[in-house]
Every structure is written in structure tokens, then in C-alpha cells.
Design a protein around this ligand. Structure first.
Ligand code: PHE
Ligand code: ZN
Length: 880
């Protein structure tokens, strides 16, 4: 980054953290909504922070027109305060008292989807991280926690529903067709958890009784047309509530739990106290319009937001550098929940796929940052895979190092000690240390050092002494925040396989952890280089390393094909069986890269897969994943010296060989497997559909003649969205132009009234690899159903194209890059957060050699324009 002064001035550092000089104990809002203009009166009960007394009170506000300011009922005059940019400074010496302000702004013109804005038939808010300052002058920081009461007033016909956090205290009619409601939230909370909704909404209800007997009214608010898509969210919420009682001993604490579905939303959902606001894509579901993945996403996101009620709301973050305190922990909690509700192995495979193909790339790129970053310009840019997913891996490692009981003791301690407080990641780790008498000071490097550690392992078998030695070295490439990394504390869950399966572990110079069953243990790697010796090993073993992906690292062990096949066949850890299959796929792709004409795919691998399909001893969903060749992004990381289009082509070849060799079995599965089963959305049914549709797609890739008929038959007869979309996808791959075009058209006509299905239809087409991809994309943006103001639509086309359409985005002319750059600049004018996310693929330029130069040029072209803070930070860092 060119260290210009403005950037320096705008950068906020963790090391500069200080407590606020005033607290706000109570917040009384009066929000008066009229079309085109909303007035907000705020009464804030101010209390000086004794340790920092005698400094002026400085509030933040953005885009507010200020009409009135008073202290304890007395209007302030000219010399008493100053408004400069986004800050309001009160010069009066303040003791405890009430500050009143009145402001106005126009939600209808707020396209940033932050603060109070309008979406279709409703007004709604989004305050995390710093949106509350667009509603009123405030100490908009998470360590200022306040009790909120909110009065909302609006037109009764336009906005029959008026909601805010907590309990409804009072509601009534006013003259002129207006009405009001008053809400009171008894729990102290930071401003980022404030929410308000006013609009014309229908409501679907449910109920739950907590363990201690508190009845909770569940209310899901949606547009009337979506009333038939609420049941799954309500059921998921009830399951999540019961699970959190069982697993963490945590109960819900209010009488009402409200969820509102909003079509225009930058993220997945938001955990506002008692009033969650959800992107429609993460809450609405029914079997006709929603895929299996969609159902599982709704279940996971509903649970995630619910779990925040404790990990985030009751115990919140001291400052935004601690974001992973709530997000990493809550992602870990929702992953545990999904694993319990569905299949643990499948959930782990899905999460590891995301880590390996997306989080690792983030950690290897110019925007790499620590899970607890040391600085930022715009905090919205830090809602990342690193803070969320890698943050969850950190909690997972801690949980595994502690074991179930000690981890529960730690979380009990954490929630009871810090209830009602705004705390730090250090406090979280301290709670872990409290419960297990371990020292996690080295472990905490996971929070401060960015980058994916690389662990290289070698082994030595001494047949005379019957000892087996595993030697580890760890390293981590420099990342912007740290040049030289200190060693990480890395748990290595492992076992040893012999010819007939697991070997008993006899550690020579280290202690087995308590829960070891003798064939499995967790080694704790803490040095840059470290060896572990096992004794009484009577045959040359194959090591099964990092079982269940026990740490977010890149593992390098020089496995032979035969060893990988042994792992695939015999490992007691299903996750590692899948992982071995992926590794064999990587080997095959690399062979195809090296020798495009005469490469071979291990027949032993293909045979092992064939046996696995036949035996059906592994759950179908896992088999489906075993049949999937890793993503281009992951393959690219494994063969960085090769061009991305060559990798794409090599991958296609391997997919074809795989499909051809398993053609008979795949055909049986695709046409007959579970085909007439009644439609259900339990994990087992979902897994069977996944296997059937994976088989269909493989046949399509292989160009097997029967695939076309199979796909078309399934497309027409499907009684659920999963099967119909999978068939359509297969038809696209087969690409018999008339049939495919017709099916796409038919699909649109069938579903054009369902916005979320239309988004899937957009995505499918944005991902079609072809020379005409860009033209097609351009045309789709002209489609009447497309809207630039709706983030879901923009992501459905633009993010899918630039992240998934390898040949389209990376086409030789550079037109894909240019197109994305133009889009980013355009979107930045209305929605900076969205723009800063869309630009991500260009920031990865360094991976792309020649092509990377063109990508970088496009980034530079973006950076030369006047930009939002959000986009400025991302482009500057990416160009550094
Ligand atoms: N806190 C939300 C979650 O992870 C995400 C979010 C962040 C939503 C910022 C909106 C704005 O559950
Ligand atoms: Zn979250």
C-alpha cells in the first residue's frame, strides 16, 4: 500500500484500544417513519467512565440531518457542541444525565443495506458492524452496552407490523391513519444488535418450552406469498433450542423469538436480540422450491443465529478485532449441531472443502489476515472465511484438546463469568485454560499469525528394532502482518495402518492422551521440527495423519499410490478415507498435467472406488463426495506452477476417465437408485439423492449416450427441486443445444414467480463453461428478473461467474477480468460492502502468472477511481 497519510489516519489498530470515556446505560428511541423521511429522537442516559473523566463526549453519526440537541432537557446552543464530518462533540462538562438528539434521513435512498433501509414491502435495519450510526448519534462500539426501549410510529396500512427487540409493551392507534408500538429489551446490548422492522408482513407462528418451563412464542415474518416456506425454519429453530440446552446447558431468555425474512440483504442473517433478520435465501424453504443443500443451509443458519443469543449477545465482543470470539465460536457450535442432526462425516467433508478451496486461498493471498486482525480500515471487510471458518477450527482444536467434559466445564465458566460483558479472545482462551490446567499461550498464535501452516511429515521404519518414527516440520509463509512465524501448537490426530487394518500404538517417547483407544492418538506438535517414535511396530505401517482434519494445515507426506489406496480401503477414519481418495485424484490430475496425451489414472484407485460403491458400507453421501474430483481452486494450490486453464482441462480429463471406468455402476445408480422413494429431507434421503445425482452428473461429463435421456426424464418427472436442478445441470453439461435451451426455458417458465429459484437458474447459467460465457452473462444481466440492487441476484450471476466459471472468467482476452472490474466500480456506488466482496477473485492475481498481470491491471484501474472505504481497503492491499 502506498502509505499515504489519509490511509494511515483511517487505519484502526487493536493496540490503540481504550475504553470509552462515557457509558450509555439506557437508550430510548422514537422512530417516526414517513415515506421518504424518517425522524429519530434519541434519549441517551450518559454516565462518565470514571477512569477517563474530563474528556468531551464524542458521538458518531453518518448521513444524519440534525434538528435538535439537548442536555437534561436544555437545548444546546452554538458553542456547546460541534458537528464535524461523522462526529458530534459535546463540550459541556457532563456528569450523569440525559442527552437528547433529533435527526432525520431517508431510508428509501439507502442502497448500502446498512442502517435503516427499505426492501420491497418493508423498512428494516442492519446495524452490525457500524450501521447504527446511520440511525442516530451514538457511541457505536460493542463495549458500550445499553438497555433499549423503542417506539416506532408509521402508517397503519403501509406498515401494519412494527417490530423491535425484546418485549412488546404497548401498541395503539393514532390519528391520520398512523399507529405505534413500544418495545422494551431488558437485556443490555451493544448498538450493533439493535433491530427494527416496519412493513406489510404475514406471520407464521410456533412455540417452544424451555427446559425450565418458559414458553417461547416463535414468529416468522415473511411476505404473504412465502407463508408456505416457514415450517422448516421453525422446526430447525426448535431443534437448535433443544440442542443448546442439551449440549451447552443454555436456555433462551425472552418470551418471544422473531425472525424476519428480507429479500435485500448483504449477508446470510443477523442475530439481533430477539429479532433476527434473515436473507430470504437462508430462511425460506419448501420441497418444491428448495434443494437439499438449501434445506441444510436454512437449518444451519437458523441455528447459527440462535446460538449467537449466548455466544455473541449475552457475551459479546469488546471491540471488532475480537469478531472471531463470537463468529468462530458460533460457527463451531452450528457445525457441531449440523453434525449431530445429519452426518458428522459429511459435515466435516463439506467444511474442509470450503477451508481447502477458499479459506486457504484467502490465507495465501494479499488480504491474508489473522483470525484476530491487528488493524483494519473498514471492519465490514473482515467478515471473512478466516474469521469465521478458521476461527471455528481454532475452537474445534481447543475442544478436541480438552475433551468433551473439560470443554463443557470451560464453556460453562465462560458463559457464567462473562455474562452481560464485552470480552476478548484472550478471555475465551483463559476459560479453556481454567478448565484443563493447560497453558495455551503458544496455542494463541493461531489468533495472531495469519497464513496456513505447512506440515511436512516423513517416516522411518526400523525393521530390526521394530520402531517407527514420524518426523514433522512445520513452517508458514510470510503474510502481510507477520514476516517470521513462530511455531504453532498443532494437534495431530493419527493412527497407523498395517496390511489388515489399524495397528496398536505403543508410544516410545511420548504419552498417549487419556481418551486414546490404542489405535488412535493425538500428537501435539509444538516445535518447528519434532519426531515421535512408536515401538513394537511389527510391520511397515501407513500413517493416517490429521484424522478428521484435526488442524487447519497443509499436510505434505510423500504417500505412494499404494499407501493412499490402503488408507482409502482400510482407515477407520471415514474422513481420511475420503481425503485419500481426493489425494489420488490430485495425483491423477497432476499426471494429466504433465503428460496430457498419455497419462494414466491408477486402476487400483478406480477399482477401490468400484468396490466401495458395490459394498455400500459407507454412507451414500460420503461415497458421493469420494467420487468428486477436488475443485480447480484446490488443484491450483497443489500445482501452482501450472496455468489455471490447463488445470481445468486436466481435471476434466480425470473426471471423464473416472466416469467411463465406473460407467456401469454409475448408470445403475443414476437410473434406479432410490428413484421412486417418497420425497423426504432427512439426512439419509438427502445422501441417497446426492449419490444418484453425482452419478448422473459424472455420466453427463463422460458423454455417455444414455445420460441425455436419463437427465431429461428426471428433469420432467422430478417431484423436488434437488432432482430437477441436478437434471438440468446434467443437461447443461451434455449441451445438446436445443434440448438444453428448451429445458432452461421450461424451468424459468415453471418457476419465474419464485425469486430464490430464479436465482438458482441464474447461477446455473453463469457457471456454464463456454466461449460465449461472457456474452451470456451480459444478456442475463439484462433479463427482467435481474436487479443490480439485490445482492442475491448479483451474487447469483457475478460471484458465480468469477469464482466458478474457470474458462469464462479466465478467458485469454482478459475480457472476464475487465467485465468484473466494471461491475465492481458500478456496484460500489450503491453498495460498497457488496462491491468489496465481488472484487475478491481479482485480488488473487498473484496466483495466475501471465494472466495475473491483466488481473492486476484491472485492479489498478479500479483503484484509480474514487472509491468507498470498503473497496479502497481491498484494492489497496491487493495491489501492494
Ligand atoms: N453476524 C452475522 C452472523 O454471522 C453476520 C452479519 C454481519 C450480518 C454483518 C450482517 C452484517 O450471523
Ligand atoms: Zn455469526
Amino acid at each position: 500500500m502506498t502509505e499515504n497519510n489519509s490511509v494511515k489516519a483511517q487505519t484502526i489498530y487493536l493496540k490503540d484500544y481504550r475504553q470509552p470515556n462515557y457509558w450509555i446505560d439506557q437508550t430510548e428511541l422514537d422512530v417516526n417513519i414517513t415515506p421518504g423521511l424518517t425522524h429519530v429522537k434519541a434519549r441517551l442516559k450518559i454516565r462518565p467512565n470514571k477512569s477517563l473523566a474530563n474528556e468531551p463526549l464524542v458521538l458518531v453519526g453518518e448521513g444524519l440531518t440534525t434538528h435538535h440537541i439537548a442536555w437534561n432537557g436544555r437545548a444546546l446552543g452554538q458553542g456547546d457542541y460541534a458537528i464535524k464530518g461523522d462526529s458530534l462533540t459535546i463540550f459541556l462538562p457532563l456528569s450523569e444525565g440525559w442527552l437528547e438528539t433529533e435527526v432525520s434521513f431517508n431510508p428509501e435512498e439507502n442502497t448500502s443495506l446498512e442502517g435503516l433501509y427499505r426492501s420491497r414491502t418493508m423498512y428494516c435495519t442492519q446495524c452490525e458492524a457500524q450501521g447504527f450510526r446511520k440511525i442516530t448519534w451514538y457511541l457505536d462500539r460493542p463495549d458500550v452496552m445499553s438497555v433499549f426501549s423503542t417506539r416506532i410510529e408509521a402508517d397503519k396500512i403501509q406498515c401494519p407490523i412494527l417490530l423491535s427487540n425484546g418485549n412488546l409493551i404497548e401498541a395503539g392507534e393514532l390519528e391520520g391513519g398512523r399507529h405505534y408500538a413500544r418495545w422494551y429489551d431488558p437485556f443490555k446490548k451493544p448498538s450493533y444488535l439493535f433491530a427494527l422492522v416496519a412493513g406489510d408482513l404475514a406471520c407464521k407462528t410456533g412455540s417452544f418450552t424451555t427446559e425450565s418451563g418458559r414458553p417461547v412464542a416463535i414468529e416468522v415474518y415473511v411476505e404473504p406469498k412465502d407463508l408456505d416456506k416457514c415450517d422448516h425454519a421453525i422446526d430447525s429453530l426448535k431443534r437448535a433450542m433443544a440442542w443448546d440446552e442439551r449440549t451447552y446447558g443454555l436456555e433462551y431468555d425472552l418470551d418471544r423469538y422473531m425472525i424476519v425474512a428480507v429479500d435485500d440483504f448483504n449477508m446470510g442473517a443477523m442475530e439481533n436480540k430477539g429479532l433476527n433478520i434473515f436473507n430470504t435465501s437462508c430462511v425460506l424453504a419448501n420441497s418444491k422450491t428448495t434443494t437439499d443443500l438449501g434445506f441444510q443451509r436454512v437449518e444451519a443458519v437458523v441455528a447459527h443465529e440462535y446460538f449467537h443469543n449466548w455466544s455473541g449477545n449475552r457475551v459479546t465482543c469488546r471491540d471488532w478485532f475480537q469478531l472471531s470470539l463470537k463468529e468462530g465460536f458460533t460457527v463451531y457450535r452450528d457445525a457441531q449441531f449440523s453434525a449431530d442432526m445429519n452426518s458428522a462425516t459429511v459435515k466435516r467433508i463439506e467444511d474442509v472443502n470450503v477451508l481447502r478451496s477458499a479459506q486457504f486461498a484467502e490465507d495465501a493471498g494479499p488480504l491474508a489476515h489473522a483470525v484476530r486482525p491487528a488493524s483494519f480500515i473498514e471492519i465490514s471487510n473482515f467478515y471473512t472465511l478466516t474469521v469465521y471458518e478458521k476461527g471455528a477450527e481454532i475452537v474445534r482444536m481447543l475442544a478436541n484438546l480438552l475433551g468433551v467434559d473439560a470443554f463443557r466445564k470451560a464453556t460453562d465458566y465462560y458463559f457464567s463469568t462473562y455474562d452481560g460483558q464485552a470480552v476478548t479472545c484472550d478471555d475465551f482462551v483463559a476459560a479453556m485454560e481454567y478448565a484443563c490446567a493447560k497453558d495455551f499461550s503458544q496455542f494463541k498464535r493461531w489468533y495472531s499469525q495469519a497464513g496456513t501452516p505447512e506440515v511436512t511429515v516423513s517416516d522411518h521404519y526400523d525393521a530390526d528394532a521394530n520402531t517407527y518414527t514420524l518426523s514433522f516440520t512445520q513452517s508458514c509463509r510470510p503474510t502481510p502482518e507477520t514476516e517470521h512465524k513462530l511455531p504453532f501448537h498443532i494437534p495431530v490426530a493419527m493412527g497407523l495402518l498395517g496390511d489388515a487394518g489399524s495397528l496398536k500404538l505403543q508410544p516410545k517417547d511420548f504419552a498417549l492422551s487419556d481418551d486414546a483407544d490404542n489405535t488412535h492418538t493425538v500428537l501435539e506438535l509444538t516445535e518447528a521440527s519434532q519426531s515421535f517414535v512408536f515401538s513394537n511396530v511389527f510391520e511397515q505401517p501407513v500413517p493416517s495423519l490429521f484424522r478428521g482434519f484435526s488442524a487447519p494445515v497443509n499436510v505434505r507426506f510423500n504417500y505412494s499410490e499404494a499407501q493412499l489406496i490402503q488408507l482409502l480401503k482400510l482407515d477407520s477414519d471415514e474422513f481420511n478415507r475420503w481425503s485419500a481418495s481426493q489425494e489420488l485424484a490430485v495425483i491423477a490430475v497432476n499426471a494429466a498435467l504433465q503428460e496430457p496425451a498419455a497419462f494414466r489414472v491408477s486402476e487400483y484407485w478406480l477399482e477401490a472406488l468400484s468396490v466401495i460403491i458395490d459394498q455400500q458400507l459407507i454412507e451414500p453421501a460420503v461415497i458421493a463426495y469420494m467420487l468428486q474430483v477436488p475443485s480447480v481452486s484446490y488443484l491450483h494450490d497443489r500445482s501452482p506452477q501450472h496455468d489455471v486453464l490447463a488445470i481445468y482441462a486436466a481435471r476434466e480429463k480425470v473426471v471423464k476417465v473416472l466416469a467411463h471406468s465406473l460407467e456401469n455402476q454409475l448408470t445403475t445408480i443414476a437410473c434406479c437408485y432410490d428413484a421412486n422413494a417418497a420425497y423426504q429431507v432427512d439426512a439419509a434421503s438427502i445422501g441417497r439423492r446426492a449419490l444418484r445425482n453425482t452419478a448422473l452428473l459424472l455420466l453427463a461429463h463422460a458423454g455417455v449416450p444414455s445420460a441425455s435421456e436419463l437427465a431429461l426424464g428426471q428433469f420432467r418427472s422430478a417431484n423436488n427441486m434437488t432432482d430437477q436442478l441436478a437434471a438440468l445441470k446434467a443437461l447443461i453439461v451434455i449441451d445438446e443445444s436445443d434440448i438444453t435451451a428448451e429445458a432452461l426455458d421450461e424451468f424459468y417458465q415453471q418457476w419465474r414467480h419464485e425469486a430464490l429459484v430464479v436465482n438458482q437458474w441464474f447461477s446455473l447459467q453463469a457457471a456454464v463453461e463456454s466461449e460465449k460465457a461472457l456474452t451470456r452473462l451480459e444478456q442475463l444481466t439484462q433479463h427482467p428478473a435481474f436487479q443490480w440492487s439485490n445482492p442475491n441476484k448479483v451474487r447469483a450471476l457475478i460471484s458465480v461467474f468469477s469464482n466458478q466459471n474457470v474458462t469464462g472468467f479466465h478467458c485469454d482476452s482478459g475480457a472476464g477480468y475487465k467485465w468484473l472490474a466494471d461491475v465492481v466500480v458500478k456496484v460500489d456506488k450503491s453498495n460498497p460492502q457488496l462491491a468489496a466482496r465481488l472484487v475478491t477473485p481479482l485480488t488473487r492475481w498473484a496466483k495466475y502468472a501471465e494472466r495475473g498481470r491483466t488481473m492486476r491491471q484491472e485492479l489498478a484501474r479500479i483503484a484509480a477511481q474514487p472509491l468507498s472505504k470498503d473497496l479502497f481497503e481491498v484494492t489497496e492491499k491487493a495491489l501492494k
